[in-house]
Design a protein around this ligand. Sequence first.
Ligand SMILES: Cc1cc2nc3c(=O)[nH]c(=O)nc-3n(C[C@H](O)[C@H](O)[C@H](O)COP(=O)(O)OP(=O)(O)OC[C@H]3O[C@@H](n4cnc5c(N)ncnc54)[C@H](O)[C@@H]3O)c2cc1C
Length: 458
Amino acid sequence: MSAPGRNERPLRVAIVGSGPSGFYAADTLFKSDVVVAVDMFDRLPTPFGLVRGGVAPDHPRIRNVVQVYERIATHERFRFVGNVEVGYHVTIPELGRYYDALLLACGTETDQRMAIAGEELPGSYGATQFVGWYNGHPDYRHLTFDLSVETAVIIGAGNVAIDVARILCKSVNELRHTEIAQHALDALSHSRIRDVYLIARRGPAQAKFTTKELKELGELEDCDPVVDPADLQIAPEDEEDFRDPTKANNLKYLGQFAERAPSPEKSKRLRFKFLWSPIKLRGVGRVEEIQLGRNELVGPAGGRRARSTGETTRLACGLVFRSIGYRGVPIPGVPFNDRYGLVPNEGGRVTENGKPVPGLYVAGWIKRGPTGIIGTNKPCSAETVKHLLEDAPKLTPCEVPDTQPLLDLLRERGTRVVGMADWRIIDQAEILRGQAVRKPRERFTHYHEMLSLLEDEQ
Ligand SMILES: Cc1cc2nc3c(=O)[nH]c(=O)nc-3n(C[C@H](O)[C@H](O)[C@H](O)COP(=O)(O)OP(=O)(O)OC[C@H]3O[C@@H](n4cnc5c(N)ncnc54)[C@H](O)[C@@H]3O)c2cc1C
């Protein structure tokens, strides 16, 4: 019998995760010479991963990329299997009965810890939690952030740190007509935060944020950025980093921020602090203060590291958000590198003890770590799919080449599978709810709201 990959018997691939890497993998599979059927699983009843749950609500143009994914989802051999958590509702060995290959595109859904004393105090959060909350991700809907405090501190110097800072610093007027979840807008409208600190371990030459995001911080209605000119004095070893045009442009804008006098009419300040690391959070029953340690840069050009100088300072604050990287959440039955928080792999082929695990692949952030922009996932998924298709003739065909028995099994287990047609009902309802309040959409933020809507439609 010939290998799967024909009209009579397509190659059956389960993609776990419906974020950018999942959709780019599906697209590459469909564009290949092999006939492939893709079932795309997601633990949420809604597709698109961080494009829905991570990308900032006030950046609508970036979110438009979902139109590309919607088009891929119209392929005749594509199926969305939403509201199904792989590893919980269905195990990896069970999926192996119905699919010839499994491709994990499940992202990195938890934060790196700072590993300092006081990190567990109320008032200390991962950026994931705050971002999920303002984006209406159902896992974070129950959270409340005490915005009655005057000072918030963000640890990190990447674009996610900037997103968190910008949402805290924007006026309600600037956020009102964005996709921000209503509960977050309501809470932010009572915010008393006046000072937001962005704490970077290294200097401006090593900061990871991009220029567009940085520049925007100088254009806020009710907030001025504050930069200490001393932080912009560049050592000869840092000059190599500034050959990168993004870094050079960042320096230009940071220089402009350092020169301008904060306007008295604006009520908020966003204060950049370069070359400081968090040492300890203190407080009685909640965060009241952060202790920071001063760093200096050591090491050769292009490889500059932060080293403690021994100098410390304290900053009174009521909220701390860490944004220092992400880690994957292990799925039972899938090898996991606990040190890096990723699935070990070679070019997308999952490995265990250095050997490929037949039929198991990985793409996107869970493959290479939380780096790059949405578009970076495209070549990453293409590499994985290339290897999957190279292996396909040697893979053991699955026992049950049909999705219906799996859907029956999931129903027996009490899982309401959400398909693409269901998602369109949710999508339309959110858009309609948004129209009433002049927003692009008003999201459902509870699982039960989305599932009851689907029951009502039926
Ligand atoms: C806060 C934030 C803001 C960002 N803003 C931008 C931006 O403005 N521009 C830009 O270009 N990039 C941005 N990015 C980066 C971009 O979002 C990522 O590059 C991209 O989403 C990674 O895609 P992915 O498919 O690997 O993972 P994800 O997008 O995280 O998708 C993973 C999917 O897997 C699902 N899943 C996880 N575990 C399971 C399981 N066990 N079973 C079933 N499903 C599961 C999740 O529900 C999710 O839908 C941002 C990232 C963050 C964190």
